[in-house]
Design a protein around this ligand. Structure first.
Ligand SMILES: [Zn+2]
Length: 294
């Protein structure tokens, strides 16, 4: 993508800080449940995190707990964020602010941007502990996105999704959750999930995740280069499709447990995720992104 060097100021670099020293957080029950709903961008790894009084359980396999340093005072050490990763994070974020700002304005609303927090290994979010193994996530309590840029390396190596577009897709997917939050859709989903069976609850979550994928496509379709031409370059869509394919629940399940259990899907199959991203890319219109859970 051609997004230029300009970056958003709604960015908080906490890389280099150690552990959970920052903030009290804890979060309410909604804050505890929603990170579970939203934490994994298809990232895998069986891990249980105890966060205050609530446990977040994330299924799957393969995620490596990124050497979290555990509880302790915040050391305000130097940033470990590479210039390249910072540029990617802030330029994509700025572009999402422009695109969603325009879309909201057209609908007579004002877009309130999210803040993107870059951290390394472990940090505190308004939804409890942020761990690199959770993958990037959106926290509705503090309305911030948390990402350990190490995930970009995993995209390239573990998920075999190289290129700049998969990275942008990950960020734009989390921004998509922020859009859903502003639309009240996350609250609705949490309420519906609280009453639903496990299988229905998963289906609701799949609908949320596919809509976020579609919103990522909507952003990409509308993103502009500094000269005002489309930011998408040849090959970007293919890169994105490869990423969506690699992080589909069925792909991951096949890899990790050798079989596919559709009832336990939380983000959608590879085919569903690719279709959702494509719908956003082709329509450029968030109204096309209605992925209702069955
Ligand atoms: Zn998501």
């Amino acid at each position: 993508m051609r997004l230029g060097d300009e970056g958003s100021g709604n960015f908080d670099d906490r890389t280099g800080q150690s552990g959970f020293g920052r903030g009290g957080g804890g979060g309410n029950l909604l804050g505890c449940l929603l990170p579970f709903v939203l934490s994994r961008f298809g990232i895998v790894g069986v891990l249980v995190l105890l966060v205050g009084y609530c446990a977040l359980t994330s299924l799957g396999g393969g995620g490596i707990l990124g050497g979290g340093s555990g509880a302790g005072p915040t050391a305000s050490s130097a940033s470990t964020l590479s210039a390249e990763d910072k540029r990617t994070l802030t330029s994509v974020l700025l572009s999402t602010e422009k695109v969603w700002g325009d879309i909201f304005q057209k609908n007579g609303k004002r877009y309130t941007p999210t803040t993107l927090v870059a951290y390394s290994n472990a940090n505190q979010s308004g939804c409890g502990a942020a761990q690199a193994a959770m993958g990037p996530f959106y926290c509705p309590t503090d309305k911030e996105i948390y990402i350990d840029p190490q995930f970009f390396t995993e995209l390239r190596s573990k998920f075999n999704a190289p290129g700049d577009f998969p990275q942008a897709y990950v960020i734009a997917h989390e921004v998509g959750h922020h859009i859903q939050d502003l639309e009240g859709r996350l609250d609705q989903a949490a309420t519906a999930q609280a009453r639903a069976s496990r299988a229905d609850g998963n289906a609701i979550q799949v609908g949320i995740e596919l809509q976020a994928d579609c919103y990522a496509g909507v952003w990409a379709a509308n993103a502009k280069a500094p000269d005002g031409t489309p930011a998408l370059e040849p090959g970007d869509v293919e890169e994105g499709m490869r990423a969506a394919d690699a992080i589909g629940d069925d792909t991951l399940q096949k890899e990790m447990q050798g079989r596919v259990v559709p009832e336990s899907f939380t983000h959608g199959s590879a085919a569903q995720r690719m279709a959702a991203l494509r719908t956003g890319l082709q329509s450029g219109n968030p109204a096309a992104c209605n992925f209702n859970a069955r």
